[in-house]
Design a protein around this ligand. Structure first.
Ligand code: AGP
Length: 612
């Protein structure tokens, strides 16, 4: 969603801010702005609705501003429409304090009313403006910057990551955090803040993660961090090993296509370090065998595509560990008064590690005494820090809003954990265990083989990219795959889609099938193939065109029923979704491409959803 970058150092700030914001564009935004303090102590601000290129041209690529301390922001509107005036940074009405903010201030209306009664004049509809006005109000009364920051954050309720400038301190950038990600970056040429590490990769790999309640004072030569009571804090420094080029397109037309193509490598990076001497092992894994043997329930909580991984996991993990697995949308789980206790293990799945709904679901589970195992792609993210244990997906940075390689690596990690647990609980035969390890090792090459057949998928996309609605049907793991296939299509092509358990279609949705309606029938699970074929015949009888997805050995059977067939190599059933998802991602990609959609930045969507 919104993005923050800040800098205080020896270089011109504005170019660094614009560059950092450009690297955050993928998160989704509708307006952007920067503020830089001039050496004379003037707060120079430009902000505008629309894309970053508008801001760049308004500032002559940042050259209009002289100054080496500044803040920048990309806004995804919550309070107040996308407009120049609602864009960040926001100023107090005396132009003394400037603020950029990610998050939501819940009590902004009452603070605004109070400040108006004190004579403050507001210019925007945003919740953020109250932070700038309130801090300025305290600062003007007491002339104590640190005290004003602490007084302000103690009076605001809600979630915030803040970057703050005060015109009386031209070399100081202030940061504060509660329930919204913010990290500090260290380099010889200056220091940084950012909401997302990708903004800083070009300048530094040395970072520390701010914790809730902390306030940081950032200068060219040092960063000082204080806890919620104002006591100094020593921050642990982390080294980010992501490659800068991993966050660049490298000649690919879109990040999404690049990330689809990177899946075999991402899978290899995720699998190989976790297999040692023919057994699965997770480094420094703190969930003891004794604890894992004591659990009697697993609940997977996640949102969007991560939830769809959980849907696959329900089928694959139940098969492996013979224990009931429930999957819950994080946004529902937190208000459902869940029936869990210390014997339930909660698996939270999140690419970004910042999804607020998932975070709140974790907090709810912890209140019930359950332990949290998270599966996350971004190191040091908020969900990681609130979990008892994490297994990272090693997919590298994922920039396209529509997830592909993160989804695939989440699936792999979840299955590997299932196999690990099955061995521990004695619910898997030794031969099957050995076979699954060998198949996991072979999986990246099979994924590469699927990626060789893009032309066929492109051809099918060219026949159907003008459809108004596309249906996905499947059973068991194939139903879960259809959910993800349908979401990919909706997200980037804006075509309506329905994903249905194939057997459920005749209970209502089949009324929507008409002449020429496209049905994508997912039938990779051999055991249920005949049942899925019956459902294909049902829709074909009603005029549907059917593209079927199955495995190589079932091509012939499918060709008798469907109009078009895509196949993937054979694999054990729990690994089939890792192959089956690839043609569905490619189909959505090509359809969106042929419709001329903005594939990497689909309308209204954000890469990490940090509001409820
Ligand atoms: C998937 O393409 C979407 N970007 C979205 O559904 C996403 O999976 C969801 O918002 C959850 O995000 P997370 O994995 O970062 O928690």
């Amino acid at each position: 969603m919104c993005g923050i970058v800040g800098y205080s150092g020896e270089q011109q700030a504005s170019e660094i801010l614009l560059d950092g914001l450009e690297r955050l564009e993928y998160r989704g935004y509708d307006s952007a702005g920067i503020a830089v303090i001039s050496p004379e102590g003037e707060l120079q601000i430009r902000k505008t609705k629309g894309r970053l290129k508008v801001l760049k041209s308004l500032t002559d690529n940042g050259r209009v501003f002289n100054g080496s301390t500044g803040i920048g922001h990309t806004r995804w509107a919550t309070h107040g429409e996308p407009s120049d005036v609602n864009s960040h940074p926001h100023l107090g009405d005396r132009n003394t304090i400037a603020v950029v903010h990610n998050g939501i201030i819940e009590n902004y209306a009452e603070i605004k009313e109070y400040l108006i009664s004190k004579g403050k004049v507001f210019s925007s509809e945003t919740d953020t403006e109250v932070i700038a006005q309130l801090m300025e109000y305290y600062y003007e009364k007491e002339r104590d910057l640190m005290a004003s920051v602490y007084k302000t954050i103690s009076n605001i309720k809600g979630a915030y990551a803040l970057g703050i400038l005060c015109r009386d301190y031209p070399d100081v950038l202030i940061a504060a955090r509660k329930d919204a990600p913010l990290l500090l970056g260290y380099s010889d040429k200056g220091h940084f803040i950012a909401s997302d590490v990708t903004a800083l990769l070009k300048y530094t790999r040395e970072v520390s993660y701010m914790d809730d309640g902390e306030v940081a004072f950032i200068r060219k030569d040092r960063i000082e961090v204080f806890d919620e009571f104002g006591a100094p804090v020593e921050k642990e420094h982390h080294y980010i090993d992501w490659d800068v080029s991993a966050a660049e397109k490298q000649g690919y037309p879109h990040f999404m296509f690049k990330e689809i193509m990177e899946q075999p490598e991402a899978a290899r990076s995720t699998i190989v370090p976790r297999i040692s001497s023919g057994r699965i092992a997770f480094e420094n894994f703190s969930l003891s065998d004794e604890y894992l043997k004591s659990i009697n329930k697993i609940v997977i909580v996640a949102c969007g595509s991560s939830y769809h991984v959980g849907m696959v996991g329900k089928y694959t993990l139940e098969r492996l560990i013979k224990m009931p697995i429930s999957v819950s949308l994080a946004s529902e789980f937190r208000y459902a008064d869940p029936l869990i206790d210390e014997n339930a293990l909660i698996i939270a799945i999140s690419q970004s590690g910042e999804t607020l709904d998932t975070m709140e679901a974790i907090r709810e589970a912890k209140r019930h005494g359950s332990k949290i195992l998270s599966i996350v792609n971004v190191k040091g993210s908020s969900i990681v820090r609130e979990s008892d244990e994490v297994i990272y997906t090693l997919a590298g940075p994922e920039i396209a809003v529509a997830t592909t390689k993160a989804y695939s690596t989440q699936l792999i990690v979840l299955n590997m954990f299932g196999i690990y647990l099955a061995e521990l609980l004695g619910t898997i035969e030794k031969e099957e265990y050995i076979q699954l390890i060998a198949e996991l090792r072979a999986l990246p090459d099979k994924m590469s083989a699927v990626l060789e057949d893009t032309e066929r998928i492109k051809l099918y996309a060219s026949r159907y990219f003008n459809q108004e609605s596309i249906f996905y049907i499947g059973r068991n793991i194939d139903y879960a795959l259809g959910l993800e296939g349908g979401l990919k299509l909706k997200e980037i092509s804006y075509i309506h889609s329905e994903s249905y358990a194939a057997g459920e279609l005749k209970h209502g949705t089949i009324s929507l099938i008409d002449n020429g309606t496209l049905v994508m029938a997912v039938g990779t699970y051999g055991k249920l193939l005949e049942k899925t074929i019956s459902n294909i015949l049902e829709v074909k009888t009603r005029g549907a065109d059917v593209i079927a997805l199955t495995t190589d050995s079932h091509r012939e059977a499918m060709e008798k029923a469907a109009d078009m067939v895509i196949t993937v190599p054979e694999a054990p059933v729990i690994l089939l979704p890792s192959l089956g998802i690839i043609p569905l991602q490619l189909f959505a990609y090509y359809v969106a491409l042929m419709r001329g959609c903005d594939i990497d930045k689909p309308r209204n969507l954000a890469k990490s959803v940090t509001v409820e």
